[in-house]
Design a binder for this molecule. Structure first.
Ligand code: FAD
Ligand code: FES
Ligand code: MG
Length: 287
């Protein structure tokens, strides 16, 4: 169980792995995630199920290297097993025929957006995808997104590929030319989701965002993933991860995500010196 059957680097610092997990592959619905531990002494981290193959009994995970556990995962090879994998967790995306759905994905956010886009298209929506990254090399899943979208617009912040600008500018462009948008789904870094919501709020477009608060148990018991939506406390793991973007308190989310920055950095520095850590290429540093 939980054996890595495929693994590849899809962009600098971003990896994709196919994992043998038949029960999760059968039960998973778009919008859901898993919580894993890489090894016995590892911590629990949530990752979205980016794709699944129920027949083969596999799920696909895509992760960006940001700290100890995601770097550790990058050192794991085909044939190695994850210690444990819990899921599918979270409330699935509400999918129905809305009309025109615009999906906005920034950076690693394109991975969770992909199964939702696929589901929205299968439900008969006209799907317009806006996929963006800082620079061309960091764009992920553009071909996969193209296959499940009616229209796709790709942008880079530095203009190295596609439209030169932020995903929010591309979205504003669609609105300005009179595209009737019935729903917007935005997934990416918190500042990006906040910026999308500022655009859609002004245009009165219902907007769903997928939040990434710190999670521990993933089942609504520990309270680590508390977020505030419409003035009420919600648990990201069971009430979400998707919420009405127009109601989210992004300031609180940003503060809570940075709560453990100090200990995370200490742990990463220790990991750099370990045997596994020596296999990683850390940005700006020696391997
Ligand atoms: P650390 O150095 O420990 O942490 C780096 C930052 O990641 C922290 O400052 C904090 O903001 C966040 N973080 C740390 N621990 C957790 C935790 N237990 N839960 C949530 N956030 C944490 N990332 C992807 O690359 N791909 C995905 O598909 C993906 N899906 C996610 C789905 C959900 C529902 C959530 C909540 C998060 C998702 N993330 C995803 C983010 C991912 O969980 C974090 O990047 C990861 O936990 C970082 O762990 P680390 O030890 O490598 O880094
Ligand atoms: Fe513990 Fe949500 S992660 S309550
Ligand atoms: Mg960590």
């Amino acid at each position: 169980m939980f054996e890595i059957v495929e693994k590849e680097r899809i962009a600098p610092g971003v990896n994709r792995a196919v994992i043998n997990a038949p029960a999760i592959a059968r039960a998973h619905k778009p919008g859901q995630f898993i919580i894993l531990r890489t090894h016995e002494n590892g911590e629990r981290i949530p990752l979205t199920v980016a794709d699944k193959d129920a027949e083969k009994g596999t799920i696909t995970l895509i992760w960006q290297e940001v700290g100890v556990t995601t770097y550790y995962m990058s050192t794991m090879n085909v044939g190695e097993r994850l210690q444990d994998l819990c899921g599918p967790l979270g409330t699935p995306t509400h999918i129905e025929k809305f009309g025109t759905v615009v999906g906005v994905g920034g950076g690693i956010g394109v991975a969770p957006l992909y199964p939702i886009t696929k589901g929205m298209r299968e439900a008969g929506n006209h799907v317009i995808s806006i996929v963006g990254a800082r620079t061309e090399g960091l764009l992920i899943l553009t071909e996969e997104m193209r296959k499940v979208s009616d229209e796709i617009l790709i942008s880079t912040d530095d203009g190295s590929f596609g439209i030169h600008g932020f995903v929010t500018q591309v979205l504003q462009g669609l609105i300005d030319k009179g595209t009737k948008i019935d729903l917007c789904v935005a997934i990416g870094p918190v500042p990006m989701m906040r910026a999308v919501v500022n655009v859609t709020r002004a245009a009165n477009i219902p907007t769903v965002v997928s939040l990434n608060p710190i999670m521990v148990d993933g089942t609504g018991m520990c309270g680590a993933c508390r977020v505030e939506v419409g003035g009420k406390t919600k648990f990201g793991c069971v009430d979400g991860p998707e919420f009405d973007g127009l109601q989210v308190d992004f300031d609180l989310l940003t503060k809570r995500l940075a709560m453990y920055k100090g200990p995370e950095l200490i742990a990463l520095n220790k990991f750099r010196e370990s045997e596994r850590g020596c296999q990683c290429k850390f940005p700006g540093g020696a391997a």
